[in-house]
Write a protein that binds this ligand. Structure first.
Ligand code: AHR
Length: 525
């Protein structure tokens, strides 16, 4: 638990008082919370890449979700669907991780280049054992990145690939020389190299990526990484495979044995509603107990990140090595009637709350977290976008990314929050969570809040210390009447961000009237 919010919540429990508001025609109690933001100082810089994404060859993420092929009746540009590109572009995605995931460690990149009809197929053993035709490969991925204006993060194959294969892939993508791989790329229609900013040396090498022990992987990392070269002025940011959740020993061994060869070390943490991988819980139709249990599990990432950060600090006091949370999000049971190997799940207001809580936590570790990638972009796990053939909807999680995008590249403002608790039975969490940041160029301040309570609104009395002569700019809210409210192909806008009327600024005093179950972002400029 983060000390600041914990302390705040404790003080808040004592200070909690109730007002009333009208909720669905009934009078529901409303709590108050105090928020103090110091606008005269800043903490760490929020790397834009904290708002990164992840797209794997899994289920309908790449095929149908992104790639439909040039001959499809679904409007596309060079085979990539236009509606999805437009929606993703609007999110200002800073970085996109590909091709896996577990898929990365069985992917042989040379099968995904050249004329599509000649590309060999393979079995996607992890995800439904479907036949992958390799029509979406390096050129198509880089094209997608250029279309949506994002940096590429490519995960290399350590589990079943060779050092030579990995070395040649990086040469293929980035070399401008008259060299074998660069010439092969030219033969395939791309003259200039691409910029490859981020490269991952294996994925989940403790599991689907090879079932390795950390000591073994640390050596393998050192070996493979040696041959990930910087060609033609491209500088690769090297990411070593990190821990599974709270496996702090993995982080310790990797930091001790290989930190000097890496720029970033990853960690994966998924939120399971029940905490049980065998029966994770449904994406919709859950009760309030399961809702709060899910939030408890989501908030646990605070402790996981804090502990990994502490281990990294032991070996890297200067915080040179970035923590890369390159898989996070809620993982529920697959939608009934769908292929369980495709990990297709609905996305509800609960997911939106979870996304907001994650960002608020990520910001408190902005000095160590260099990137985070939600799993996954389209049709898989906590997706931004769901598609059904030619139809496409934006999910509640999409809207949280949209509302929070203003924090990208900003400096965190110190804050103290005194909030009451949201309780269900004997489980209780802080009702409200908050974050604030300042755009270093424009000076605009962005405040985002999450109200987890399904019934109580919250009146926030916010003191903006040091603030003068500012007004409220944009203000937006995402809310719904039920935690499992979601968008469908028939009702695509049931849960969508709207203008927020509940903010009032008077000098350095900001009043915010948060509805129950809501995420709010307010701009002060
Ligand atoms: O995101 C789905 C899977 O979760 C990824 O392929 C793997 O890395 C993780 O276990």
């Amino acid at each position: 638990m983060n000390l600041r919010s914990d302390l705040g919540s404790l003080i808040g429990s004592a200070a909690l008082c109730l007002a009333t508001s009208t909720l669905l025609g009934q009078t529901a109690p409303k709590s108050t919370a105090d928020l103090r933001i110091d606008t005269t100082q800043t903490e760490a810089h929020i790397h834009p890449e904290v708002y990164g994404h992840f797209a794997e060859h899994l289920g309908r993420c790449i095929y149908e979700g992104i790639w439909v092929g040039e001959d499809s009746s679904i409007p596309n540009t060079r085979g990539i669907r236009n509606d999805v590109v437009a929606a993703l572009k609007d999110l200002e995605i800073p970085v996109l991780r590909w091709p896996g995931g577990c898929f990365a460690d069985e992917y042989h990149w040379k099968d995904g280049i050249g004329p599509r009809e000649e590309r060999p197929a393979m079995i996607n053993t992890h995800w439904g054992a479907v036949v992958e035709n390799n029509h979406f490969g390096t050129h198509e991925f880089m094209d997608l990145c250029e279309m949506i204006g994002t940096d590429a993060y490519v995960s290399g194959n350590v589990g079943s690939g060779t050092v030579q294969e990995m070395m040649e892939w990086v040469e293929y993508m980035t070399s401008d020389a008259d060299s074998p791989m660069a010439n092969l790329r030219r033969e395939n229609g791309r003259d200039k190299p691409w910029e490859l900013k981020y490269f991952g040396v294996g994925n989940e090498s403790w599991g689907c990526g090879g079932n390795m022990r950390p000591e073994f992987y640390a050596d393998i990392y050192r070996q493979y990484n040696t041959y990930v070269k910087n060609y033609s002025g491209n500088k690769v940011y090297r990411i070593a495979c990190g821990a599974n959740g709270s496996d702090y020993n993995w982080t310790s061994v990797l930091m001790e044995r290989a930190a000097r060869y890496m720029d970033g070390l990853s960690v994966h943490y998924y939120t399971l509603p029940t905490g049980n991988w065998q029966k994770k819980g449904p994406a919709t139709g859950f009760d309030e107990k399961q809702y709060i249990d899910t939030l408890v599990n989501a908030l646990h990432i605070d402790e996981v990140i804090g502990n990994h950060a502490a281990v990294m600090d032991e070996f890297d006091k200067e915080k040179r090595v970035g923590m890369i949370v390159d898989e996070w999000g809620i993982w529920t049971d697959a939608e009934p009637g769908t292929n369980p190997g495709f990990l297709y799940q609905q996305n509800s207001m609960r997911d939106a709350i979870i996304a907001g809580l994650h960002f608020n936590i990520f910001h408190t570790y902005a000095d160590r977290i260099r990137m985070a990638n939600i799993a996954q972009t389209v049709n898989v796990l906590q997706a931004m976008i769901l598609t059904d053939k030619e139809k496409m909807i934006k999910t509640p999680t999409y809207w949280v990314f949209h509302m929070y995008k203003e924090h990208q590249g900003n400096d965190v403002l110190p804050l103290q929050l005194m909030t009451g608790n949201y309780k269900v039975g004997d489980v209780s969490i802080p009702q409200v969570s908050a974050t604030a940041s300042r755009d270093p160029e424009t000076g605009a301040i962005y405040i985002s809040l999450v109200n987890c309570d399904t019934k109580k609104g919250s009146q926030i009395n916010c003191a903006l210390e040091g603030l003068t002569g500012k007004t409220i700019g944009s203000a937006r809210v995402l809310t719904a009447s039920a935690a499992d409210a979601h968008n469908t192909f028939d009702q695509p806008d049931a849960v969508a961000a709207k203008d927020f009327k509940g903010a009032k600024l008077n000098g350095d005093r900001l009043q915010l009237d948060l509805p129950p179950l809501s995420v709010v972002t307010v701009e002060i400029r």
